[in-house]
Ligand binder design. Structure first.
Ligand code: KG4
Ligand code: ZN
Length: 332
């Protein structure tokens, strides 16, 4: 279906205040992100109360700028979309209320979009021409590590997910153990370049009869390993590289298995961890079908991906004559 849509989306599920306008689910007209990373760095993780207060301060300026950069006004939009969950409830409420207010004031349809679906649709912002179903998508971020089979637009079958920590959460916690800057993912990625990935053989929780992941045992193993060294003598690069190799091995092995089992046309990766350089390389080396991932700026949280997902809901809703003022219950 090639219906032209122009959708403004708002994303405030965690610590980025973001708004974007996307045309037809594929062309980014604007993509504004106000990051709070510096605000949370001293706590080594996102401080929920601070995050929601900061969203309130900047949300209107961010939305205004997204419209200005797209050279559009609210009247030109087909719909307003907003992330309704999962995420931090105080943060989500800021975006949801802003979107609701705009839609109500200007009589525009309002669509609530699932954050994980947004990450999945980030691939359509750069690769839409190439994509054919069925696909396996790995969503790996600070809050999620999930494998989906996607047989058509909006048709997701959940194959498995993390049983404990998300991959990004493990990167962030291990980054802290190693004394690296926050967030730990990019810092470990960088530190690993100088390290030996075989220095320590950390455990991989890779059962061969499911598509689930587990990273908490690995995190504990890194903690134990750090306790063996005197203060100031931690071999940071080697530990970072060995930890990263273990996470990537688990992610690639399960994704590869799912791709073979369901005989798909391609593998997609999305979410903050899909920016990881070793993960990108190993996935391409091990999987004999196309592997796609978004450019780094679309891996981490942004509103363009929410608008991309909203496009498909919008055209589906229109074709079924559905009421488009839809914000499902907040999922915490
Ligand atoms: O998707 P995202 O921005 O937020 C959530 O939805 O959680 O992902 C953030 C996560 C953080 O845990 C961060 O450490 C991780 O993505 N991350 C990375 C890299 N860049 C970001 N992890 C590994 N390697 C990277 N290069
Ligand atoms: Zn995310």
């Amino acid at each position: 279906m090639n219906q032209l849509t122009r959708i403004l989306a708002i994303e405030t599920s965690c610590d980025e205040t973001a708004a974007a306008v996307v045309e037809n689910g594929t062309s980014i007209l604007s993509n504004v992100i106000a990051s709070q990373t510096d605000l949370h760095a001293e706590y080594g993780g996102v401080f929920p109360e601070l995050a929601s207060r900061k969203h309130i301060e900047v949300i209107h300026a961010v939305v205004e700028r997204a419209l200005q950069e797209a050279h559009l006004s609210v009247e030109d939009l087909d719909c307003v979309a907003v992330t309704y969950g999962p995420g931090l409830v105080g943060s989500l409420l800021v975006g949801v209320n802003c979107a609701k207010g705009m839609a109500l004031a200007r009589q525009k349809p309002l669509l609530g979009i699932n954050h994980i679906e947004g990450h999945i649709y980030s691939l359509w912002l750069t690769e839409s021409e190439e994509i054919e179903f069925p696909l396996i998508t790995l969503v790996a971020s600070g809050g999620h590590t999930e494998l989906y089979l996607m047989e058509d637009h909006l048709q997701f079958k959940h194959l498995g997910g993390t049983l404990d920590d998300a991959a990004g959460e493990a990167f962030d916690k291990v980054g802290r153990l190693l004394g690296l800057s926050y967030p730990g993912g990019p810092a470990i990625d960088k530190a690993s370049v100088e390290g030996n990935p075989s220095a320590v053989m950390f455990p991989r929780a890779i059962k061969d009869d499911d598509f689930n992941f587990s990273f908490s045992g690995l995190k504990t193993a890194v903690l134990r390993q750090t306790q063996r060294y005197e203060k100031g003598r931690l071999p940071v690069a080697d530990l970072a590289a060995s930890f990263q190799a273990a996470v990537v091995d688990s992610l690639v092995t399960k994704t590869h298995r799912a791709a073979e089992y369901y005989d798909v046309t391609a593998v997609h990766m999305a979410g903050g961890v899909s920016a990881n350089s070793l993960l990108r390389r190993k996935m391409q080396e091990r999987i004999g079908i196309p592997v796609r991932f978004p450019p780094p700026e679309l891996c981490t949280d942004n509103a363009a991906m929410i608008a991309a997902a909203a496009h498909w809901h919008f055209i589906e809703g229109q074709s079924h004559g559905l009421d488009l003022d839809v914000i499902p219950n907040l999922q915490l």
